[in-house]
Design a protein around this ligand. Structure first.
Ligand code: FES
Length: 94
């Protein structure tokens, strides 16, 4: 039940979900980084969406550090770093 609620609520896939259901994040790890919805928040601290990461990659960023230079993703609590790195890898094919 909680898994279904978290999967439907994109806002819960960030820091709040990690605090409330850390095991859920592990179970859903492969699914949550897929580029299924560009409006989905990937960094809840800064309200950065997957689409914003994709835009940074489209503008030439190929690493986490290069994406951070563009939008500062992951620079507050850092809990989204692994998801952002996985998304960058997916988008760059690495
Ligand atoms: S979720 Fe906190 S820095 Fe991204």
């Amino acid at each position: 039940m909680l898994y279904c609620i978290a999967q439907r609520n994109t806002r819960m896939q960030g820091m709040a979900a990690r605090i409330l259901w850390p095991s859920l994040q592990t179970a859903a790890a492969g699914k949550e980084v897929a580029m299924t919805n560009p409006d989905e928040i990937i960094c809840s601290c800064l309200d950065i969406t997957k689409g914003m990461i994709q835009e940074a990659v489209n503008n030439g960023a190929k690493t986490l550090e290069e994406v951070q230079e563009i939008n500062s993703v992951g620079t507050i609590c850092g809990s989204c770093i692994e998801d952002v790195e996985n998304l960058i890898a997916e988008l760059t094919g690495k």
